[in-house]
Design a protein around this ligand. Structure first.
Ligand code: CA
Ligand code: CA
Length: 447
């Protein structure tokens, strides 16, 4: 196995991050990482380093590090990925290496599938759906039901069968360097399983062909979509590392409007819901997206869980939910938020703390363009907390909560019920983050 080489700026982090049982020695352009048994650790077999966020808690997160050769796969097609992931209930450690970009909207022979292909035979058509549930005739008090809604659900089910990939326990899904590795149009679903690593992958164009109209969502109704690029539901010990998320090539500004509301074909980028717990989200790039990261799907999602560490990520061209937090203990450190409008994505807020969430946000860096308001970087419902210091706005230490509370009736609380201890790699100063993270985050960086 070739020794992994790392960019110089990654080296420092890796050296800090490896556990005491691991020796590291850098030479020339690359860095060799050895464990106590002198076996080279590659990006496929690497486990989450000790103390690296909530996912390091307890048994830690090893993914498929212990996979044997019979459970180590390299795949480049949708069908190959499905086969390699195996049964959702098989807990045998496995490594699934993705080579190149897998298009989720393809059939078993690799033929491209379109929205029309999924709608075929169901009786669904957008024009008939719009006619059936026009608020002018159908009203706004009840959810769509009847022939066209049934047809929509049937068509959506056909798409879901192609684009949803269920990841079993004890699995690492990882991109092969130098191949533009990733998944387009798909959703990795990590549900009710423990110990999963997702790294070095580019997720793009996760789109729902069949958004559902909900006239009761908000004051004007909303079109809602079904798929996140990566979704955690009741998942524990998950490490999402060095991935890139984007809506490209179809950006929200190209979305149609029906019933006066945006026909939103995207849902979350990386959602952590339904009692998920012990998650580390590290060195990812979240770009060109609206509802980016939900932690807790409702104000009653679960208690004593939803513990998530989010560090050294880039958030650029994000409208909201970076993240939206509920209930859990969430540590957000050393992230770079670039709130410049990108590809039509105009920011609403970065971090929302609601439903008694206990957020510690420290040493993050916000780039705010001229005219941008610091008071708009946060959000909340008046019950969430956000503590932490050392956050910089355009290089200046700024008390985000004070700015937010001065402008808001629903104040964010400033005390939390916990102190983060799993903080490997925490940098006290956010000053260099825009420079450092520009070249050390996202897919394609690991070698
Ligand atoms: Ca949704
Ligand atoms: Ca979602």
């Amino acid at each position: 196995m070739a020794a992994p080489s790392h960019r110089r700026s990654l080296r420092k982090r890796r050296l800090v991050a490896v556990s005491a049982a691991v020796l590291a020695a850098g030479t020339g352009a690359g860095v060799f990482v050895w464990n106590a048994n002198a076996t080279a650790v590659d990006l496929y077999h690497q486990a989450l380093p000790a103390k690296d966020g909530w996912a390091a808690s307890g048994t830690g997160t090893t993914g498929g590090a212990k996979a044997d050769s019979a459970h180590t796969f390299t795949v480049g097609t949708r069908a190959g990925l499905v086969k390699a992931l195996g049964s959702a209930s098989d807990t045998t450690p496995r490594i699934v290496r993705i080579k190149g970009t897998i298009d989720a909207n393809t059939d078993d022979s690799g033929k491209k599938l379109t929205c029309s292909d999924y709608a075929a035979g169901t009786g669904y058509s957008l024009s008939a759906y719009l006619k059936a549930y026009d608020p002018a005739t159908y009203g706004r008090s009840k959810l769509p039901s009847g022939t066209q809604e049934n047809a929509r659900a049937a068509a959506q089910k056909k798409q879901a069968k192609q684009v949803e990939f269920k990841v079993p326990a004890n699995t690492t899904v990882v991109g092969v360097p130098g191949t533009n590795a990733g998944i387009t149009g798909g959703m990795l679903q990590i549900q009710n399983v423990d110990n999963v690593i997702v790294r070095n992958l580019a997720f793009s164009a996760t789109e729902d062909c069949f958004p559902q109209w909900d006239p009761t969502d908000g004051s004007d109704g909303n079109w809602n979509s079904a798929y996140d690029s990566v979704t955690l539901r009741g998942a524990t010990h998950v490490w999402a590392d060095h991935n890139t998320f984007t809506d490209a090539p179809h950006f929200d500004r190209a979305n149609a409007k029906y019933f006066g509301r945006e026909y939103q074909i995207h849902d979350g980028a990386l959602d952590i819901t339904k009692g998920s717990d012990l998650v580390t989200v590290e060195r990812n790039r979240f770009t060109d997206h609206d509802k980016t990261m939900l932690i807790g799907s409702s104000d009653t999602d679960s208690t004593g869980r939803l513990r998530v560490s989010i560090h050294h990520n880039v958030w650029k061209g994000i409208v909201q939910r970076a993240p939206l937090t509920r209930l859990g203990q969430v540590h957000i450190y050393n992230n770079w938020y670039d709130t410049t409008t990108v590809d039509g994505y105009a920011p609403l807020y970065s971090i929302n703390s609601r439903a008694k969430a206990q957020v510690v946000a420290e040493a993050n860096y916000w780039t705010v363009p001229s005219g941008g308001k610091v008071a708009k970087l946060l959000g909340g419902d008046g019950t969430g907390s956000l503590a932490g210091s050392g956050n910089l706005v355009n290089g200046t230490v700024t008390d985000l909560v004070a700015a937010y509370n001065a402008a808001s009736s629903k104040k964010i609380r400033t005390t939390v019920d916990w102190t983060p201890t799993l903080t490997a790699g925490l940098e006290q100063s956010a000053r260099n983050l825009p420079t450092d993270l520009a070249t050390t985050t996202g897919s394609g960086m690991l070698r």
